[in-house]
Ligand binder design. Structure first.
Ligand SMILES: Nc1nc2c(c(=O)[nH]1)N[C@H]1C(S)=C(S)[C@@H](COP(=O)(O)OP(=O)(O)OC[C@H]3O[C@@H](n4cnc5c(=O)[nH]c(N)nc54)[C@H](O)[C@@H]3O)O[C@H]1N2
Ligand SMILES: Nc1nc2c(c(=O)[nH]1)N[C@H]1C(S)=C(S)[C@@H](COP(=O)(O)OP(=O)(O)OC[C@H]3O[C@@H](n4cnc5c(=O)[nH]c(N)nc54)[C@H](O)[C@@H]3O)O[C@H]1N2
Ligand code: SF4
Ligand SMILES: [Mo]
Length: 711
């Protein structure tokens, strides 16, 4: 019998995980669209999800490496053999007392991802492919006003009032959506009479829609915002009533002393924005009913914590916390713990930094969780012996990807690999697969169960969503969560007493009085309704140790860094003569990071409707100075690598900068292997190798570098 129906579920062509409807006709997904209950938007990548699902390159069976690591030679094996290999190695590790040298790099879809339970049961350290994006922002907000550390708590653009100001400072929300509703929300706010200010060294889609584009020197955001704070504070334009009431006693006086020499003129020399513009923007903000600031890429440099702190101070002194049009302070839904819970290992007692090895070097570094690049460091230090990964592609996505690949191949004197077992779960062949010992075929979002409740979808609307299988899985694919639950049942039955993933999610949902059944009946979404604004007023306190806003970070007194430095990140301040250009990389709506899911998606990598080239963009003024012509092939060289690439002239980029789309370089798969492009991380040093040089307070110098360009 012919059947066609729309089923509510979740998109996973990028980490925004929008609520969608999938039209399934006779067991085949034919069409997808935004779920009207979640304001009904989907983007071009999401639309291409069906192409990923039915790609003839899908991994369908477990594979075992037969050649050396890096060769990419595999043989097909069965699931039983794959499970046995993992169990045997992990038991051996635990018996040696080295459970803590195991980690699983993943993208956590919820704060209690079942894969983490497995890592804790083994006694391993927790790593992730996600929060190194903006963990400096999370830490900065947490330190200053105790905002719960969700990933990317973007402004709620739909709440911006007439006259409100939206500042994008190193943010491309029209291509890198937190939610497919965001672009529309920003444009609607503009129509209501809000103003859009875009601060970016490159004139991108947002700049084209903006009231004002400010081309900044990369890494200059901390200086720009400190210059604004100087003007607001010294001219009495800040929100004095808010600060008097909520800022910890003494902090305002100390801020006044700190800000004294951060004049717009002095800051202008660092960020290359004219002092009069710094003053103009500050005055616009002071006069506006609300201001919100969104940044992402700009918080991934070596001065990330400085920028995060300057940003937090700016929000506080303008009174823009948890107000309509300001910085939201969402709460995570209180899901029930699944008991018994395996205890996390006492890594401090083992001499470990936070979660991973090499404490001396990394103790001051403010990670939220260990980033994936850390794996390469950990292998070198004998701190990582068994590595599982899914939903990440470190062979390309890591800064210093060459070093990462070297680490995977490092051997002991007896010829065995230092990293004893590397298991990758993927849906399509990826660059990282070449280094794996076992490759496990995952299920896409159209084939699996998952409960999602890390609400980077704002503090309104759906705060939990259920992704569910809408069609039969392809081949022998199994979802990574199910695989870890099964392995957990074999190895640690005491911690895996629930029946399966669905029951696990059911238990979690009981914490908010819901069940999987009820959420599904409710359109696969659950929300307690709006949580309201200025929640600190009801609570009478901020979630900080003092209950007040803590502008001065006294925990860094020992290293003299209680206040933010306005300086550019170190990676931009050194080797300026040898490498005169700052290489800025950025994203596009057509691709998701290095991901095989989009890189190898024929619909997105299309010369007509998608994206099929990645030239190095430079300003024509620089082109003339270098003696190169538009379209020439040039050599781009950094302290870590050298590549050949075509140049494209555009006045949209600030002179002195060169730009490239992040994420290319894949050699696996039909579509991706086609073009004359390179992976930007060939040119960027491994974050671990230059951590010593970074601010003690930490930062995430992982996305840009200085380069030399020659013919
Ligand atoms: N389509 C798509 N969506 C995505 C992703 C993707 O790859 N593709 N990736 C997802 C992930 S993991 C993340 S972290 C986010 C990232 O999202 P974004 O950070 O918004 O994306 P980018 O385009 O990398 O960077 C935004 C802008 O920052 C500018 N910029 C660079 N350096 C500076 C600086 O120092 N100061 C200022 N003010 N501007 C600067 C760049 O020119 C660029 O236009 O997107 C997420 N969404
Ligand atoms: N130079 C430079 N480097 C960067 C950045 C940058 O801007 N510039 N950005 C950094 C940032 S912010 C981030 S978050 C990281 C991201 O880097 P990674 O965490 O490594 O993520 P991706 O590059 O998106 O690769 C994701 C992989 O997961 C696979 N995948 C997709 N869906 C599924 C699924 O359902 N199951 C499984 N098992 N696999 C799936 C995709 O095919 C893809 O190969 O990169 C960082 N590296
Ligand atoms: S932003 Fe686009 S690709 Fe990402 S989850 Fe939403 S619809 Fe899917
Ligand atoms: Mo990210």
């Amino acid at each position: 019998m012919h059947e066609s129906k729309w089923i509510p579920t979740v998109c996973y062509q990028c980490k925004a995980e929008c609520a969608i409807l999938a039209r399934v006709e006779d067991g085949v997904v034919k069409e997808v669209k935004g779920n009207p209950r979640a304001r009904g938007k989907m983007c071009v990548k999401g639309m291409a999800g069906i192409t990923t699902l039915y790609s003839n390159e899908r991994l369908k069976h477990p594979l075992k490496r037969v050649g050396e690591r890096g060769e990419g030679k595999f043989e097909r094996i069965g699931w039983d053999e794959a499970m046995d290999i993992m169990e045997k190695k992990l038991r051996e590790l635990i018996a040696r007392g080295e459970g803590h040298t195991f980690t699983y790099s993943m993208f956590p879809h919820s704060t209690t991802d079942p894969k983490w339970r497995f890592v804790n049961a083994v006694g391993g350290f927790i790593s992730t492919g996600l929060p190194h994006c903006d963990s400096a922002k999370i830490m900065a907000h947490l330190h200053t006003f105790g905002c719960f550390p969700n990933h990317h708590i973007a402004p709620m653009y739909f709440t911006v009032p007439r006259g409100g100001i939206m500042i994008l400072s190193g943010r491309h929300p029209f291509g890198c959506l937190d939610d497919a509703c965001v672009p529309r929300d920003i444009l609607d706010a503009k129509e209501r009479g809000a103003k859009l200010v875009v601060i970016d060294p490159i004139f991108r889609t947002e700049a084209a829609k903006a009231d004002w584009w400010i081309p900044i020197k990369p890494g200059g955001d901390a200086a720009l915002f400190l210059g604004m704070c100087h003007h607001l504070l010294t001219k009495g334009l800040y929100d004095k009533a808010f600060c008097d009431k909520w800022v910890r006693e003494g902090d305002m006086d100390r801020l006044m002393a700190f800000i004294k020499d951060k004049t717009p003129k002095a800051m202008s020399r660092i960020c290359d924005v004219p002092a009069k513009d710094i003053i103009k923007l500050a005055e616009m903000c002071a006069a506006a009913p609300s201001v919100c600031v969104d940044a992402f890429k700009s918080i991934m440099y070596g001065n990330a914590m400085d920028w995060g702190q300057a940003w937090s101070i700016f929000l506080v002194i303008t009174g823009n916390l948890d107000n309509p049009g300001g910085q939201p302070m969402p709460e995570i839904a209180p899901m029930a713990p699944v008991k018994p819970t395996p205890p996390a290992p006492d890594l401090k007692a083992l001499g470990y930094h936070r979660t991973g090895p090499n404490r001396d070097k990394f103790d001051n570094y403010t990670f939220f969780l260990e980033p994936t690049w850390y794996a390469a460091q950990a292998v070198k230090d004998d701190g990582l012996k068994v590595f599982f990964a899914s939903e990440c592609n470190p062979a390309l996505s890591e800064m210093g990807s060459g070093e990462w690949r070297e680490a995977m191949k490092m051997k002991n004197p007896d010829g065995s690999y230092k990293l004893e077992l590397f298991v990758l779960t993927e849906i399509l062949p990826s660059e990282t697969m070449k280094w794996a010992d076992l490759v496990l075929p995952d299920q896409t979002n159209f084939e699996r169960w998952e409960l999602l409740y890390m609400p980077w979808w704002y503090n309104f609307g759906h705060t939990a969503a259920v992704c569910r299988p809408v069609v039969e899985p392809i081949g022998e694919s199994r979802h990574a969560n199910r695989v870890m639950i099964e392995l957990g049942k074999r190895m640690f039955p005491e911690y895996f007493v629930f029946k399966d993933d669905v029951e696990y999610y059911d238990i979690e949902l009981s914490g908010v009085g819901m069940s999987m059944r009820e959420v599904l009946d409710n359109g696969a979404l659950w929300s307690p309704g709006t949580v309201g604004f200025r929640k600190y007023e009801d609570a009478g306190r901020f979630n900080t140790p003092s209950g007040k806003i803590e502008l001065e970070w006294r925990m860094y007194e020992n290293i003299g860094r209680q206040w933010p430095s306005p300086e550019l990140p170190l990676e931009f301040r050194k080797d300026e003569e040898k490498y005169p250009f700052i290489l800025v990389n950025f994203r596009t709506i057509f691709l998701n990071n290095t991901g095989a899911w989009s890189q190898n998606n024929a619909q997105l990598r299309d010369p007509v409707s998608g994206l099929d080239a990645n030239p190095l963009i430079i300003n024509p003024l620089d082109g003339a100075r270098l003696g190169v012509a538009d379209g020439d092939i040039v050599t781009v060289e950094s302290s870590t690598g050298k590549v050949r690439v075509p140049v494209q002239f555009t006045e949209k980029i600030k002179p002195g900068c060169a730009g490239i789309i992040h994420g290319f370089g894949q050699t696996m798969g039909k579509v991706a292997a086609r073009g004359p492009w390179f992976g930007d991380n060939e040119l960027i040093a491994d974050a671990g190798t230059h951590l010593d040089e970074q601010d003690l307070r930490g930062g995430e110098a992982h996305v840009s570098t200085r380069v030399r360009i020659s013919k």
